[in-house]
Design a protein around this ligand. Structure first.
Ligand code: UDX
Length: 417
């Protein structure tokens, strides 16, 4: 994505990946994952884009190297930087480079260690910058080309000017700062967004106990310009490749310096509880899950993506199976590995097929197809018309009128009209 966007800005870009299948697909004009607009951007800029498995081929003619590898969490919660170091090691002879730029999300302090490693390899004349990624899946191209801000962390003015120049044509301000601050902006931004989500999910729980309606509450909170309307949607919690990983990484980073980041730890804990609470609440209506059939509508961590990383659906399916339910799944894009819990579930080609014979349906991801369901028809093919709306996607009154017992997150339960 970074490569395609830089090519679109007029730069020549060589993409190197270690996975042969990915490179083969990209060379043949295909995208190895779902991202709207990316395929078009790659084909529009194909003359400026090449793909290779060979790191030296990628580096030899380059002026700038962008490091965009993943930094998955280790068992300790710390980020695994081995892929970053593998790239840095491969640059030992790249004395012709003007700069190395790290886009990967890394713990604060990594850039200073990379700088020392470059200096140790005789590359002190090569600039270094941190240039974190703030794009959201499903709108990554638009986020890159029209960002709220571009953050550049570097210790030298020449590198700052070079990275700024690379972004010429991007519609957004460039903020230059020191390297540790740039690294922190990424982790802190994601942690604050995660905090907003867990906060509204906690308010939703209090709404359930007190009779307030989270949708009314969140809407009016968001009208305060100091708070803003975004990331105040109550639901089954956040998932994806960034929020869960980055919040744990920031917590681990704080713990490593002897400081327990209690607020962030609570944010993480609330998020982990959210799908489990949903299962408990549904159980209180059904009595037991033993022998029941439950339909999950939507599996991906959000709509508009095929990404299953840290999706709450995994916890929900596993809990239901553990309680003795059969789990029937529908999702328009999710690609499920043949591992548990998915191996023990059934996959259906339409929402209607998934709900047929079910004792309850759980809306896990707010896909438009779920909103468009004819709920009266769905209720008539279910064994029991019970809906747990994990994303507050549906109109509670409409569901009650269609004969459903309806439960949402932070809203009053409706009984059939
Ligand atoms: C996020 C950040 O938005 C992006 O800036 C960063 O670079 C990567 O992480 P992404 O993971 O693609 O992007 O998803 P996003 O749209 O932000 O949603 C993350 C999760 O939060 C989803 O599971 C979503 O369902 C959940 N969410 C979001 C809520 O539960 N409530 C909200 O109000 C907003």
């Amino acid at each position: 994505m970074t490569a395609a966007c830089f090519a679109d800005l007029g730069h020549r870009v060589v993409v190197r990946d270690i996975q042969p299948e990915r490179i083969r697909l990209l060379q043949s004009g295909e995208i190895p994952f779902f991202e709207p607009g990316l395929g078009d951007l790659i084909s529009k800029n194909k003359d400026r884009l090449t793909f290779t498995l060979d790191v030296q081929e990628a580096v030899s003619g380059a002026e700038v190297v962008y490091v965009c590898v993943d930094t998955p969490p280790m068992a300790s919660g710390d980020a695994d930087l081995s892929r970053v170091w593998a790239v840095i090691d491969a640059l030992k002879d790249a004395t012709h480079l003007a700069a190395v730029v790290v886009k990967s999300t890394v713990p604060v302090g990594t850039g200073e260690r990379v700088r020392a490693a470059l200096d140790g390899a005789g590359l002190s004349h090569v600039g270094y910058a941190a240039n974190p990624e703030f794009t959201a899946e499903g709108k990554a191209v638009a986020d890159f080309l029209g960002p709220d801000r571009v953050v550049v962390g570097t210790a030298d003015a020449a590198t700052a000017a070079l990275v700024r120049e690379l972004h010429e044509g991007v519609d957004g301000p460039v903020e230059v700062m020191d390297v540790p601050s740039a690294e922190m902006v990424k982790l802190a931004s994601n942690a604050l967004l995660a905090t907003k989500i867990s906060f509204i999910n906690e308010i939703a729980t209090v709404c359930e106990a007190t009779g307030a309606d989270i949708e009314e509450v969140a809407k009016a909170i968001g009208m305060d310009h100091r708070l803003g309307p975004h990331f105040l949607k109550a639901g089954l919690g956040y998932g994806g490749s960034c929020f869960p990983k980055d919040s744990r990484a920031l917590s681990a980073l704080a713990s490593n310096s002897g400081y327990p980041f209690q607020l962030l730890n609570a944010v993480i804990q609330v998020n982990e509880l959210q799908p489990r609470r949903a299962i408990q609440r549904l159980k209180s209506v059904l009595g037991t899950f033993k022998g029941s059939r439950i339909a999950l509508l939507g599996l991906t961590f959000k709509p508009g993506t095929d990404d299953m990383r840290e999706a709450p659906s995994g916890i929900i399916a596993a809990r239901l199976l553990a309680e003795g339910a059969q789990v029937r799944c529908w999702d328009p894009l999710a690609r499920l590995a043949d591992v548990e819990p998915w191996a023990s579930t059934t996959r259906h080609s339409s929402p209607m097929e998934a709900v047929t014979g079910a004792d309850a349906v759980i809306v896990v991801t707010e896909w438009p197809e779920v909103k468009a369901i004819d709920w009266a028809a769905a209720g008539s093919v279910m064994r029991r018309a019970v809906c747990f709306d994990g994303r507050n996607l549906l109109d509670p009154q409409e569901l009650a009128a269609a004969g459903f017992t309806y439960m949402g997150v932070g809203r009053a339960t409706q009984t059939p009209a």
